[in-house]
Write a protein that binds this ligand. Structure first.
Ligand code: ZN
Length: 222
């Protein structure tokens, strides 16, 4: 059955009442109905839930889009500090590999097209490093802390981590996709761990005093 250009899989089975579900990753709509339910009844049922179906499908498709693996090809959208850029890939076997911002584009020149990801990762790391170092220098005197070492790597579940005993902080390279205010929030968060290692009331009090909108920023990031 097709309603408003959406294909709906209908299954009649030995159940008491009609029900509807939307499944990831493609937002497939399925309706299960008791045996003998008429086509028009099912159609009206679907239409009565249409707002919900549309919202649910959008939600599923959006979240799927976000986790979709990048292909690192020309035309693909990449975020840098919250701004969208299009990727432009050029293969120049004879030239040095580079990545630069040019207007709305991130132009990547590689010796081989399989190198795009690694060149871009280095570029993101450099971009992030510059911002992080600036924020660390800005906030160290304000918080009266000193960070001995900064590392960068890709992490799956956290934006940053701090080892207070060694005064070292690691930042997630994926932070380079986030708004600059969010990057600053993560820097302050990790620096505050040099004062207070745990997420105690004291920790949040210091954070709040310095970044009053930290909750909004955290929400925006996740
Ligand atoms: Zn923390």
């Amino acid at each position: 059955m097709v309603i408003n250009n959406v294909e709906i899989a209908v299954q009649r089975k030995n159940i008491k009442s009609i029900h509807l579900s939307v499944y990831p990753p493609l937002g497939t709509v399925k309706i299960s109905a008791p045996i003998g339910t008429s086509e028009s009844y099912i159609k009206n049922f679907a239409l009565s839930k249409w707002t919900w179906i549309t919202e649910k499908r959008t939600e599923i498709l959006e979240s799927y889009k976000e986790v979709k693996e990048k292909e690192y090809v020309s035309g693909e959208c990449h975020l840098l500090f919250g701004t969208e850029y299009r990727l432009f890939v050029e293969v120049n076997p004879e030239e040095a590999q580079t990545a630069i911002i040019d207007g709305d584009y991130i132009k990547v020149s590689v010796k081989n097209k399989n190198n795009v990801k690694s060149v871009l990762d280095d570029f993101y790391k450099e971009q992030l490093k510059e911002r992080i170092e600036r924020f660390v220098s800005k906030w160290e005197p304000i918080l009266k802390v000193h960070c001995e070492g900064i590392k960068y790597r890709t992490m799956k579940t956290r934006w940053g981590s701090c080892i207070p005993a060694k005064k070292t902080i690691t930042f997630n390279i994926n932070l380079a996709q986030k708004d600059i205010e969010c990057v600053e929030y993560v820097v302050v968060h990790e620096l505050v761990h040099l004062i207070e290692p745990n997420h105690s009331t004291h920790f949040y009090k210091i954070l709040e005093n310095n970044i009053p909108n930290w909750k909004q920023l955290r929400e925006r990031m996740n």
